[in-house]
Design a protein around this ligand. Structure first.
Ligand code: AMP
Length: 280
């Protein structure tokens, strides 16, 4: 596996593969890798000739500077995991390489980035769009792999490639979970032992929503149950719990004829903000 830190070198290496008509798969990450990330590498390896993974903790998508400072970093472990997974290139640029000038671009994703994480983390999706577009321009992949754990991010990125006319196929991969159901996340490593135990409440909530619907509970009744559950312990702070039409991404308050629903949650456990979703 080649480790590259400069865009010019990356372009030089990748242009050789492009000239040979190799299919280039791309997995952008912020590092502190876990098996969820590796599942994206595996998906890319299956479809593509070359897999490139980027590790870059993007400052412009953090609305909370403390969150940026404490974001976990495990570069050596990450490089080993990627090498073992059969990743061809690891791109690890410094901040100055990606942002030689302040990025002043403002994106508009209509209603997608105004709600949920867009509302609770102002500027977050604009920062995501800034870095993902820069990485796409640098890598020029045929396919790019994203985790459905970040459901709203996948919608933003799909809209981004349309807005910019980029010929990149965006592939959404399933959420990988720990044994107790907690969605794998780099942020899980920031949880204390007690917080990690308490975090189980999130999959407990999320993995029972479909059953509640089958038992004819209304959306309000489900939301009330969720609010009651998180009010049992002061460690929790719920940013949102909503059920939306998974196709239109519009929040719903009554069950409708939607074929797919998605329930989405963002909840602090102590200082760590965790997100999860289920499509049903
Ligand atoms: P991050 O490093 O958190 O920015 O995540 C990089 C990519 O990995 C994003 O596309 C995430 O959605 C994806 N990802 C993170 N956690 C998981 C997971 N538990 N299962 C599948 N994909 C994930």
């Amino acid at each position: 596996m080649q480790i590259i830190t400069k865009i010019a070198e990356l372009d030089y290496v990748l242009s050789k593969y492009r000239n040979q008509n190799k299919i280039i798969g791309f997995v952008p990450t912020m590092g502190a890798l876990h098996l969820g990330h590796i599942s994206l590498i595996n998906a890319s390896n299956k479809d593509c000739n070359i897999t490139i993974c980027s590790i870059f903790v993007n400052p412009t998508q953090f609305n909370d500077k403390k969150d940026l400072e404490r974001y976990p970093k495990t570069p050596e472990k990450d490089a080993k995991l990627l090498k073992d997974a059969g990743c061809s290139i690891l791109f690890m640029p410094e901040v100055d390489e990606m942002y030689p000038e302040t990025d002043t671009r403002i994106f508009d994703f209509g209603s997608i980035d105004k709600i949920l994480d867009g509302k609770f983390r102002p500027g977050h999706f604009n920062g995501v769009a800034q870095i993902v577009s820069k990485l796409f321009f640098a890598v020029k992949p045929n396919k790019a792999y994203f985790g459905s754990k970040d459901f709203q991010q996948v919608l933003v990125v799909k809209n981004l490639v349309k807005q910019l006319n980029l010929p990149i196929e965006i592939i959404a991969c399933p959420i990988l979970r720990e044994q107790d159901g907690l969605a794998m996340s780099s942020r899980n490593t920031l949880l204390s032992k007690d917080e990690r135990e308490a975090a189980k409440i999130i999959p407990e909530i999320m993995l029972t929503i479909a059953a509640h619907k089958s038992n004819n509970l209304s959306i309000k009744q489900i939301a009330d149950l969720v609010n009651k559950k998180v009010s049992t312990n002061s460690m929790y702070k719920l940013d949102y719990f909503v059920i939306a039409n998974a196709d239109s991404f519009e929040e719903i308050t009554e069950w409708e004829q939607a074929t797919n629903y998605v329930a989405l949650i963002a909840c602090f456990v102590g200082k760590v903000r965790l997100i999860d979703n289920v499509v049903f």
